[in-house]
Design a protein. Structure first.
Length: 116
């Protein structure tokens, strides 16, 4: 089984930056990709970004974050990062890490709050 531990959330002013981390442990060798989703109060969980972990590290982003967020990986540490810049009020949400392999695993979530 795979376990995910997220960290790095917090309170930041609009225009600021935060970096989220997601460390995977357990049987991670069968992983295909890792990604980030977010869920604001009263809304559905939405895709934010994804990175391929089994191949060349290709990335994909939601339109709303492209150019502001960067997803990266450290394979040696089995960790994926989400660098968030130029944060906006609409970025406020609980951010969830996702691991995809033969099955899908979700992290517990980390709160990001952007204030004006």
């Amino acid at each position: 089984q795979v376990q995910l531990v997220e960290s790095g959330g917090g309170l930041v002013q609009a225009g600021g930056s935060l970096r989220l981390s997601c460390a995977a442990s357990g049987n991670t060798f069968s992983g295909i990709s890792m990604g980030w989703y977010r869920q604001a109060p009263g809304k559905q969980r939405d895709f934010v970004a994804r990175i391929d972990t089994a191949t060349g590290g290709g990335t994909r982003y939601a339109v709303s974050v492209k150019g502001r967020f960067t997803i990266s990986r450290d394979n040696a540490k089995n960790t994926v990062y989400l660098q968030m810049s130029s944060l906006q009020l609409d970025d406020t949400a609980v951010y969830y890490c996702q691991w995809i392999g033969p099955y899908t695993i979700w992290g517990q979530g980390t709160q990001v709050t952007v204030s004006s």
